[in-house]
Ligand binder design. Structure first.
Ligand code: PRP
Ligand code: URA
Length: 209
């Protein structure tokens, strides 16, 4: 069974509360999401393996550390996942970025794929999928499946707010994928929106409603 990491650092909780407030506008919402992503990125990358590297400081030679092994890819689920990319890129500027386009059908709440563009060597990379909202879990599950179909076997899912239903679905469908979230909310409403949640993340990021 995969692990669910709830990253409840006070700074993250404070910023998330401002994001949840319906009076917070797109400019602040985007900035806060970027800041939280950076803070969460610290935890998502906490166990990256290190290796020794010989370097020379202005004083002497030394054995220093550098990140070893697989390189990183960040894969946002469009649109809302885009809001979490810059925070991660500011931590790992050399990461490649792929994109998976999915939207939820408003009646069935099932995800529909409309775009997929990934780095050529994606299967060799540690992939961090980003999407602020894990509601029914359909979008995240489909994105993970698409990556696995392309050979990825080291995938992490980073979300801001999750519903218990979505967490359970991802854990059941993809028990090898660890999930990182800032908050687990109460439940889904009749429109499959997270309660209390923060509304439609894509619309709030891009000001489309
Ligand atoms: C939202 C959100 C997730 C999905 C979560 O995207 O960003 O991708 O819904 O719901 P699920 O867990 O039930 O699949 P949406 O379909 O609204 O698209 P958008 O980001 O383009 O607005
Ligand atoms: N997508 C969102 O943007 N918000 C929700 O609460 C559920 C799905």
């Amino acid at each position: 069974m995969s692990e669910v990491h709830i990253i409840n650092h006070p700074l993250i909780q404070h910023k998330l509360s401002i994001m949840r407030d319906k009076n917070t506008g797109s400019k602040d919402f985007r900035k806060l999401l970027m800041e939280i992503s950076l803070l969460m990125g610290y935890e998502v990358t906490r166990d990256l393996p290190l290796e020794d590297k010989e370097i020379e400081t202005p004083i002497c030679r030394m054995t220093a550390k550098e990140i070893s092994g697989r390189k990183l890819a960040i894969v946002p689920i469009l649109r809302a996942g885009l809001g979490m990319v810059d925070g991660l890129l500011s931590l790992v500027p050399v990461a490649k970025v792929g994109h998976i386009g999915l939207y939820r059908n408003e009646e069935t709440h099932k995800p529909v794929v409309y775009y997929c563009k990934l780095p050529e060597d994606i299967q060799k990379r540690l992939v961090i999928i980003t999407d602020p909202m894990l509601a029914t879990g359909g979008s995240s599950c489909d994105a993970i499946t698409m990556l696995k179909e392309r050979g990825c076997d080291n995938i992490r899912l980073m979300c801001l707010v999750a519903a218990p239903e979505g967490l359970a679905k991802v854990q059941e469908t993809h028990p090898d994928v660890d999930i990182y979230v800032a908050a687990v909310d109460e439940h889904l409403n009749e429109n499959a929106y997270i309660v209390p949640g923060l509304g439609d993340a894509g619309d709030r990021i891009f000001g489309t409603k």
